[in-house]
Design a protein around this ligand. Structure first.
Ligand code: K7E
Ligand code: CUA
Length: 684
């Protein structure tokens, strides 16, 4: 324990100087692992009256009463369902993880930006390949992206509440946004921003999913594929906030009705939409108002120091309803097919204002009632709370404390701030419960802090004060609480999304899993319930939705259904129309799949033929999925009941290639196969 106290003492006397920040983070990390010994439980101490059978299990396993309570709170018996669902960004995996709460069982990964063979995602089907490459870079040839850095999932909303229909996620590395339809949990669209290469303040939705918001992270010349040396950073480099119009009917982003706003080359960071009273506004943080360009290799200060020289950065305040009017009035430039509102226009039209935020902010979160905007500095110990009404007053009265280099008005800090709440060192992100409390992740300290909001959302004693902190293991990034970023949070659970696990799991080599820690927030004190390792990528943000808001299909509604169009495909194969049709060197095959055979089973083509296969799973039974793989041809489809898929390939390799079903669908699954015979062309 002395090590832990030593760390605390160190913290107390340390000034929060940016250059020391890294050293501090390293030091704090070194402090860890000195508390509880991993793998060894505390002495069991079950309450009197606990049945002997339970007492014996607890004693044999070295479980305390708290451990047993935690186990009981998370256990879901076979055949029963979880109460909540987490949609977790998959980080580098380019995917989304679907996890049940409170069991913390992984229910599914949704393939988004990377090929995923089980779902047949871009591993053979023409449709999925078309979606995946729909977001490819508009530069270079053969530049098919095969990874992504997924940060922020956003569920579609109606009146500021999750409606369970769609999910959007971003790819920070390449400024892409994807649309997932929650009827079949499949990705339907990937859009690449033509003018920026990286994003971070994405995906965030407006309260009725009118728009999906995406802001640049690292500034580049505008557009990004133009060249400009770093010496011209201030003149040529720019950020962007893009508002993608969502067509709910079609379930797609409509790029032709989307627009961007040109921004100074600060690094725009996370965003949140105003809601209720603040509907119509969007708030996005930024860092690097210094416009540092790094250059440690030329003796310049490294980015980490340059970017955090100043005491404050700017929180961007956007009037998106006004921006929409300006866009519709045509006061835009066309840039690579995207309408861009120039920075000067945004200023002149009252679309953009700044507010200062102390010490390298990161997250920004709007309270459920829409009255307050909370931002936290990574090098600060406070959450800074801005009042929406005060912001509106400052704008109306032109109460500014100056302008930035580009002429953006900066609202007077003292007049827009409602409170600054002492939270702990390194606050990042904030969520809410139903009782007027906020929950902020505190990175450097590795804690989750619960604190009280103030009137009108919380009208009890001691507003704007810290209530309790719970240690987490370790380095918490985001926190998610049940429906905790909507107009109507549920409370009950939060999950700490920890970057480091260090000593929490059986060692699996130097690359450690992330650690999702489920925390019960329903009682007087927060209680840690469960650690879930995530060993597939680094999740950032997660949303937690009430399970009964989701209404997914259990099978596709009709046989021959094409998930890309979400309708019956007129070209789909069906029972009775299976056939092989040759036209010159083009061969088309209509194939059905049902337990336990494909029809046709023999396909003979000539080397060099262009082959198109329409394969339909004609099953109507739940879970009767078939796969369709052609050995040696790098093809695997997943055909869920009713689904129709299309495969196109050139039969360039002669020989005999078994094709088979890759899902163990029946007792005679191994027999569900056939032969593709490719006759060598004469002379080959
Ligand atoms: Cu990792 Cu929201 Cu991209 Cu914070 S972000 S942790
Ligand atoms: Cu169909 Cu195995």
């Amino acid at each position: 324990m002395s090590g832990y106290l030593g760390c605390k003492g160190y913290l107390k006397y340390l000034g929060f100087i940016p250059v020391l920040f890294l050293a501090l983070a390293v030091f704090m990390t070194g402090c860890r692992g000195q508390g509880d010994e991993p793998g060894k439980g505390q002495q069991p101490s079950l309450a009197a009256g606990t049945p002997d059978s339970i007492r014996q299990i607890a004693e044999a396993r070295g479980l305390s009463q708290k451990d047993v309570e935690a186990a009981l709170k998370t256990y879901i018996p076979s055949g029963r369902f979880d109460e909540y669902v987490l949609f977790a960004s998959g980080g580098h995996s380019g995917q989304v993880f679907v996890i049940g709460v409170p069991s913390m069982r992984l229910l599914k990964t949704i393939a988004v930006f990377t090929p995923e063979p089980w779902q047949g995602w871009a591993t053979g089907s023409a449709e999925t390949h078309e979606i995946l490459t729909g977001g490819d870079m508009p530069i270079g040839e053969n530049r098919t992206l095969n990874w992504a850095d997924v940060h922020h999932p956003a569920l579609s909303e109606t009146d500021g509440d999750y409606d369970g229909q769609f999910l959007f996620v971003n790819d920070k590395a390449n400024a892409r946004v994807a649309v997932i339809d929650l009827r079949d949990f499949e990705t339907k669209q990937i859009v690449k921003n033509p003018n920026t290469i990286s994003d971070h303040g994405a995906s965030f939705v407006t309260p009725n999913t009118e728009y999906i918001i995406e802001t640049t992270q690292y500034a580049t010349p505008l557009p990004f594929h133009e060249y400009a040396p770093l010496e011209e950073y201030k003149e040529k480099y720019r950020g962007l906030a893009t508002f993608y119009k969502f067509d709910r009917e079609k379930g797609r982003i409509d790029e032709s009705k989307s627009f961007s706003i040109e921004l100074p080359p600060y690094w725009q960071d996370l965003c949140d939409s105003g809601k209720k009273v603040s509907d119509g506004w969007v708030f996005c943080n930024s860092i690097n108002v210094e416009m540092a360009t790094g250059g440690i290799n030329h003796g310049a200060p490294p980015f980490e120091a340059g970017v955090s020289q100043k005491e404050a950065d700017y929180l961007h305040v956007f009037n998106w309803k006004k921006a929409e009017e300006v866009y519709k009035a045509g006061k835009v430039n066309d840039l690579n097919g995207m309408s861009v509102i120039p920075l000067d226009t945004a200023i002149a039209e009252g679309i953009l204002y700044f507010m200062t935020v102390p010490k390298s902010p990161h997250g920004v979160d709007v309270t459920p009632d829409g009255n307050f905007i909370i931002a936290s500095g990574k090098l600060d110990t406070h959450a800074t709370v801005y009042s929406f009404n005060k912001i509106m007053d400052a704008i109306k009265n032109n109460n500014v404390e100056g302008k930035d280099e580009y002429g953006v008005p900066i609202l007077t800090f003292a007049d827009v701030v409602e409170a600054q709440v002492e939270i702990g060192l390194g606050p990042l992100h904030t969520q809410f419960d139903a009782d007027g409390n906020a929950y902020t992740s505190v990175f450097v300290e590795s804690t989750l802090a619960k604190w009280r909001l103030g009137p009108p959302i919380y009208n009890g004693p001691d507003p704007w004060t810290l209530v309790e902190k719970i240690p987490v293991q370790y380095n918490i990034g985001h926190v998610v609480c049940a429906e905790g970023d909507t107009v109507a949070p549920d409370g009950k659970y939060c999950v700490a999304l920890n970057k480091w696990s260090i000593d929490r799991f059986l060692p699996v080599g130097p690359l450690h899993p992330q650690n999702f820690q489920l925390i019960d927030i329903s009682g007087e004190n927060m209680q840690l319930l469960y650690d879930m390792p995530i060993g597939v990528g680094e999740p950032h943000y997660v949303q937690m939705v009430k399970a009964d808001k989701l209404k997914p299909w259990l099978v596709y509604p009709e046989v021959g259904f094409n998930p890309m169009t979400m309708s019956v495909d007129p070209e789909a194969a069906s029972v009775g129309n299976e056939k092989i049709v040759r036209d010159g060197n083009t061969v088309k095959i209509w194939m059905s799949a049902i337990r336990s055979h494909f029809n046709p089973e023999h396909i003979t083509v000539n080397q060099g033929d262009k082959v198109t296969m329409y394969v339909t799973n004609v099953e109507r039974a739940r879970d009767a999925t078939h796969g369709f793989a052609i050995e040696g041809y790098n093809i695997n489809l997943s055909l869920e009941p009713g689904e129709a898929s299309k495969v196109e390939f050139i039969a360039d390799k002669p020989g005999v290639f078994p094709f088979y079903c890759t899902e163990f669908c029946s007792a005679l699954h191994l027999e569900m196969m056939g032969y593709l015979l490719v006759k060598p062309s004469p002379g080959s």
